[in-house]
Design a protein around this ligand. Structure first.
Ligand SMILES: *Cc1c(COP(=O)(O)O)cnc(C)c1O
Length: 224
């Protein structure tokens, strides 16, 4: 069972968020990735109806299921961003669907994506908190992974990170480290900021926030 999505309310949340982002960042556009995990196909549809085209998913199965329910016209408009922890053996099954691989955090994934989706757009995910369950490579590995991805012909567009929960000072410091590395490596996109920490992320230099609950409401707990 998935929680139903109210298109009208999503549209209002998108408008409000766009205004907030424009206020927080008047000189740099911050784009929204609508994170639809835990919801049904009505979530990407509501995102499209509200004018968003970048949609994020965390689980290969859920991504495939939603993609299959969309019409050809809807598929053409959506740009899927893969955000979740990714097993190497799942890459092939979603290679034709994913537009941007945001959660690339290790060498074997880089090689597999280069093999199954040559030239694809990727972001290297960094772990900003040293909480291993959050995924992401250590900051010290970032430069090497970016170099490797470029070498095998992938298009590295930026860095992605999940903020440290709880302590805003630590969260901001983690975002700042990611932005500094992106600057140094000449990477335009910094995908930082979720529903609960997007103001901090935008202040630190986010170009892309990934928002789920802030647009669609609370997710049902994930059942196994
Ligand atoms: C779930 C998720 C989001 C969205 O989180 P919300 O708190 O619902 O906004 C963003 N990024 C990643 C990597 C996620 O897993």
């Amino acid at each position: 069972m998935t929680t139903p999505v109210d298109q009208q309310r999503v549209r209002e949340h998108v408008r409000d968020l766009q205004h907030r982002l424009a206020e927080l960042s008047p000189h740099r556009e911050v784009r929204i990735v609508a994170v639809t995990k835990g919801f049904g196909v009505d979530a990407p549809r509501a995102a499209l109806a509200a004018g968003l085209t970048m949609v994020g998913e965390n689980y290969a199965q859920e991504l495939i299921a939603k993609h299959e329910e969309l019409s050809t016209e809807e598929r053409d408009r959506i740009e899927w961003h893969f955000l979740g922890r990714l097993q190497r053996n799942k890459v092939r099954s979603i290679a034709a669907i994913v537009s941007v691989w945001q959660s690339v955090d290790r060498s074997e994934l880089i090689d597999e994506i280069a093999r199954r989706a040559p030239g694809a757009k990727v972001m290297i995910q960094l772990n900003l908190s040293n909480e291993p369950q959050k995924g992401g490579a250590p900051l010290s590995e970032g430069e090497r992974l970016v170099g490797q991805a470029r070498e095998v012909g992938l298009t590295v567009i930026g860095l992605m990170g999940v903020g440290t929960a709880g302590d805003p000072v630590e969260t901001a410091a983690g975002f700042a480290r990611l932005v500094e590395l992106a600057d140094r490596l000449g990477l335009p996109e910094r995908s930082i900021g979720m529903s609960d920490d997007l103001e901090l992320a935008v202040r630190e230099g986010s170009t892309m926030v990934r928002v789920g609950t802030g647009l669609f409401g609370a997710r049902a707990p994930r059942s196994l």
